[in-house]
Write a protein that binds this ligand. Sequence first.
Ligand SMILES: *Cc1c(COP(=O)(O)O)cnc(C)c1O
Length: 730
Amino acid sequence: MTTKPLSKPEITELTSGLNKLARNLWWTWNQEAQELFQELSPRGWQNLYHNAVAILHEVSDYELGVRLQAPDFAERVRRVLAAFKQYMEEKETWAAKNAPQLKDRPVAYFSAEFGFHETLPIAAGGLGILAGDHAKSASDLGLPFVGISLFYREGYFQQAINQENWQTEYYTLLHPENLPIEPVLDARGQPLVCKVRIALNDVYFQAWRVNVGRNPVILLDTNRPENEQHYRDLTLRVYGGDSTTRIMQEILLGVGGVRLLRTLGYQPSTFHMNEGHAAFLTLELTREKVAKGKSFADAFARTKEECLFTTHTPVEAGHDRFSSDLVNYAANKFTTQLKISHQELMGLGRVNPENADEPFCMTVLALKCTRAANGVSELHGEVSREMWQCLYPGTPVDKVPIGHITNGIHLLGWMKGPVRRFWRRKLSKDWETSGDTETTRFWNSTTGRNWESVINSSEFWQRVADPTFISDEEIWALRYRLRRELVEFSRRRLLLQGQNLSQGSFIMFDHFLNPDALTIGFARRFATYKRAPLIFQQFEKIVRLCNDTKRPIQFIFAGKAHPRDDEGKKFIQQIIHLSKYSDLKGYLFFIENYDVHVARQMVSGCDVWLNNPRRPLEASGTSGQKTSVHGCLNLSILDGWWREGYDGTNGFAIGDDTHPASIEEQDSLDSSNLFSALTEEVIPCFFDRDAGGVPREWIKKIRRAMVTLAPEYSTWRMVQDYTNKFYTKF
Ligand SMILES: *Cc1c(COP(=O)(O)O)cnc(C)c1O
């Protein structure tokens, strides 16, 4: 049978559809959409680091037109575009039903960083990833939402390791035309330009829109010809520069963000501050009211009703503090506009407003000007109430108005490609589809629910407990496949990292890593409280475990230290050193340049996800939440989310639900508890195989992890919590 060739208009329609699709991050959580771009240029896909926009630059319009004449390809493009359209136009969303009052009053969500995808590296770590996942789930739920952040044209740094095994940083310029972002234009089609007063200057900024499904996230950018160079460079790097840069970035984010929203006609119902960086938005909202004739006190009190604050860390360095001189220099305009004195302004950021020695703390400002505040896990809520009780004199600690909503992850976004397909196939057996099972959206005729809601539902994951729904063998096969993919990914990375080694040594790399070994992963920022090298305190014993050829184990580490954190860099150096020169050589590997892509490989391919922070400093942690849908198990201190997630059957705990007061005691206790959990529980369970070679008990734990963790620790649940508890209460 021959098919009629596509006409010119049909080709134009599909081509422009693909261009639109590439500039909406929806494709990053839709497997079939992703595969279209991949198929257009498989090598380009790898070399351009999975960048759909760049692929469409790589493939000429002429080639695209020719390729679309392949009937099955054109058909798949059509189906993906139809699914995309259906997603974008869906009316019966969760939020339409549960939060109708937000329809024309969106939530404005401010965050200094957003992590969406490896092609837009403007996040430093978990805080940004959480913001990105929040935005994706807000879209899936149909929540009216607009995000605000900065466009860092050199992004977060790339990591290289030098001859001394010391981390060095380099930056690459991001090219907007090659990114999934679009300029925000004014009525004449020119870049919209706003300004904000910083120190003695008007600083001009333009904006870029990231389409995150149905919602925009807008990135402010001071790289404008009107500005002096140092202001153009204000948005150069994520958390770059010194505290002067920092306070200026934060004025831009908070004040500039509100200005831009107003220029675009937004009337948000809630201004949600993701961490204290954005807290200057409270002063801009207050200024608006003072300009209309309200007193400062009245304006501030009303602003408070509009704001919501999420605090993310008990670590001291995580709370920005600025000296009185710096505030006076960078933010002096506030005092005239708000009609208050410098001392009064400083008082807003002080626990004790009278204390002239106290610096200005962004967290304090945020807490003083917010109708509700929360930590990001139950324990972190408790810790935050203790930490900030000083702001509420006379209030008992359990009455301090800081609650908690435990973090989650965007489940579909974090699922590795084959795993998305795996679960989708499983699903299609029981769920009606309106056509093709691969590309169209799912509807269940009784509940009328779509694919995003099904994959996030506990009913779906509950079924994983049933061996007739999915067999042990099938789960084990998936584990083997994912581990192999990680092993091969790591070999490729190690080969690239080892470029300076002598020729011929690449042959060696093909023998690196054992596809049968119990693979233990650790990847996150190398902040010292996360104690990356803790397990190697038991060095001799770990070496002995590694030498047990009947029960092979291996470790993969990755992570970046902050450019100014020499202690974190020492941890990296120590681990790489062990991997190259100690008896752990061949059992321990360090993958350079940790990012979203490396994270996805690791959380899917590892068997065990190691997490050993110094409790209670890991407010939530989210990387461990990305593992369960892949059948990887957590081995973690009972801190942050794992203290709530662990139920005795769904992974492994290190130690108990307490911690000693002294750090030395804690470190030595935790390292010995870690070692005993590993040797008494993890290793025996993993290698306990039946006659068919299947580790039944291990797989039981995998099932339990999927049933209990996947639907609970998702941003689908988290954004619903924010909506029910806070967003709809304005
Ligand atoms: C998930 C993720 C994080 C956060 O991990 P934690 O466990 O919270 O430390 C940081 N960086 C990247 C790239 C991630 O994907």
